[in-house]
Design a protein around this ligand. Sequence first.
Ligand SMILES: [Zn+2]
Length: 88
Amino acid sequence: MLKNHVEDVVVWLLPKVLKEYDDICTCEKCKDDIKAIALNKLKPHYVVTKEGESYAKINDMSLQFKTDVMQALMEAANIVKENPKHSK
Ligand SMILES: [Zn+2]
């Protein structure tokens, strides 16, 4: 299965980033927006995976990569926080 590994990492780190914000909307729409903005900032990294393999790979990734994804997610969260795509 061909997969953008960065997408897994974004999905995995998003809840940790959202925990840092107590005033951000966490509905599916806003979470998808945050993921989309972060993924567009990051360079995709395609890997061929078998089912269930992605988490092992996350543990192997470098701290620098984790930091980059964290950074992109925080920037994206700030954008969505200021401009949610829906009314409150
Ligand atoms: Zn929302």
